[in-house]
Write a protein of this length. Structure first.
Length: 247
């Protein structure tokens, strides 16, 4: 009788453990997203180093990441249909009409999110104005090159910038043509040291927006990998990506 009870108890325990693990696995799959990380373009923005920083972090968060060094990924209709997010670092370079259409359609019509930083998103494909319309801005200058400047948090209540204070950066201070529809979360102010006529101009640094059905996140920080050693810069990028992944 006692042995029968012990066997039943053991069976019950096994079933409970399997059921509990099944719940955890199901929740993990529910939270897991499909991400395409596309890298390439101008080597000065260190696309490989950024790949090696971001992809492991995304995978540690439980996401499935397809890593591609080619814009031809945007031609893969099967891949583009199943994505939740496209992360791109592809400074300058050129994109074909069909490649651009594949990306635009995924974001605008299917609701795939888009996120990126610095020139990898905000100075890619300079001839493609519809692409720029999607991103919400285009780099035009960085007066003085690598300089010291301040990033000002202007929306301390947004989840991306919540709890963060203004911080210093030594990097390129991006002067951009920007879309007034952008929801700006952080800015920087130029002085007259390098281009006197822009003294006092306040420029967006971090924004989020919609392009059709898709969400777009951008930060102009990140000229090189080491910029994200600044805790605030890395936090903003991580939170921006997480925001883009939310549905």
């Amino acid at each position: 009788m006692r042995e029968t009870f012990q066997i039943k108890t053991l069976i019950f325990s096994i079933i409970f453990i399997l059921s509990f693990n099944s719940v955890i696995y199901t929740q993990h799959n529910k939270d897991s997203k499909k991400i395409l990380f596309v890298y390439g373009g101008w080597e000065g923005h260190e696309p490989e180093k950024m790949r090696d920083l971001i992809v492991p972090w995304l995978e540690s968060e439980g996401h499935t990441v397809t890593v591609s060094p080619s814009l031809d990924s945007y031609l893969d209709k099967k891949l583009m249909k199943k994505l939740d997010l496209v992360l791109q670092i592809y400074t300058m370079s050129e994109i074909t009409e069909d490649q651009e259409k594949g990306l635009l359609k995924a974001v605008r019509d299917r609701g795939v999110s888009l996120a990126g930083w610095h020139g990898g998103l905000g100075d890619a494909f300079r001839k493609n104005v519809e692409y720029q319309f999607m991103v919400g801005g285009q780099w035009v200058s960085h007066p003085g090159g690598i300089i010291d400047y301040t990033v000002n948090i202007i929306d301390p209540d947004d989840p991306i910038t919540k709890g963060l204070k203004d911080f210093k950066v030594k990097s390129e201070q991006y002067y951009m043509h920007v879309d007034p529809i952008n929801e700006v979360l952080a800015t920087t102010t130029f002085n007259d040291e390098h281009s006197y006529w822009i003294d006092g101009v306040t420029m967006p640094v971090v924004w989020k927006k919609k392009y059709g059905k898709g969400k777009v996140f951008y930060t102009s920080l990140g000229h090189t990998r080491d910029v994200f050693d600044i805790p605030e810069a890395w936090t903003i990028l991580q939170r921006g990506i997480k925001w883009a992944l939310e549905k």
